[in-house]
Design a protein around this ligand. Structure first.
Ligand SMILES: [Zn+2]
Ligand SMILES: [Zn+2]
Length: 243
């Protein structure tokens, strides 16, 4: 929205700082070199479906134990970094911070995750319930989704999925309890159904834990005709899921 002149004014008023540690940096929307080096990127080999990192190469089409037991409703999922110390602190800063200062840096890392053989028609963030949106004032997944849309040159529509009810925090629940918790929690808003029918959707969330929320969203999107649903998150829990 701000042109070159605008960016210059912002830099003058608010010198760019690393969104993770506050260190002065050259330009907005990046991490400092020290923080960059502390992030643990998620890399191959991965579960072909949910993107869980494997310790050894099990082949291109390998699935993790959890996906073998029950396939999630999304077709693929990838995350940029492991949800450990720094990954966690970046996500928390994004969640509870006043502005989305770290968003462009995070979105740039996520933009590289879409596998080249997958096509995407529309980007959709995992929605927050109205009540939680009022508490936090913004939906971090929506910020990431819209920055990702700009980066990839794809449309992002935050009004596709709606949360029908506020689900209790997933924090302490196991996988099965999480699945129950989010079942039936989402809907595709009436005005967006035509847009979703036959579309390849890229669902965006900040963190993937068990994948239960993403799977419930994907199930809903497919019920309304989505051809394919992929998931991109900034961070994911890199340990095997427990059921
Ligand atoms: Zn830093
Ligand atoms: Zn898996």
């Amino acid at each position: 929205m701000l042109g070159k002149l605008g960016t210059g004014v912002v830099d003058f008023l608010l010198p760019p700082r690393c969104p993770a540690c506050g260190e002065r940096i050259m330009s907005h929307g990046h991490l400092c070199a020290a923080c960059w080096n502390k992030l643990v990127p998620i890399s191959d080999p991965l579960c072909n479906q949910c993107g869980l990192p494997f310790e050894y190469n099990a082949g291109d089409r390998a699935h993790c134990g959890s996906c073998m037991k029950e396939l999630p409703a999304f077709d693929w999922a990838r995350a940029a970094v492991s949800y450990d110390d720094l990954g966690k602190s970046l996500v928390l800063k994004l969640k509870h911070g006043k502005s989305g200062a770290g968003v462009p840096a995070l979105a740039a890392m996520m933009a590289r995750l879409v596998p080249p053989e997958r096509s995407v028609d529309i980007i959709v963030p995992v929605p927050l319930h109205r009540k939680r949106l009022l508490q936090r004032r913004f939906n971090q997944s929506q910020l990431l989704a819209s920055a990702l849309g700009k980066k990839l040159g794809l449309p992002c529509d935050p009004f596709v999925l709606e949360r029908r009810r506020a689900t209790p925090s997933q924090g302490t629940l196991g996988r099965k309890a999480r699945l129950r918790n989010v079942e039936g929690a989402f809907n595709v808003s009436e005005s967006r159904r035509v847009r979703i029918d036959g579309a390849s959707v890229l669902l965006v969330d900040d963190v993937l834990t068990t994948g239960a929320t993403a799977s419930a969203c994907a199930k809903t999107l497919k019920r309304f005709g989505a051809k394919e649903v992929g998931v991109v998150a900034f961070a994911r829990v890199a340990l095997p899921r427990r059921s």
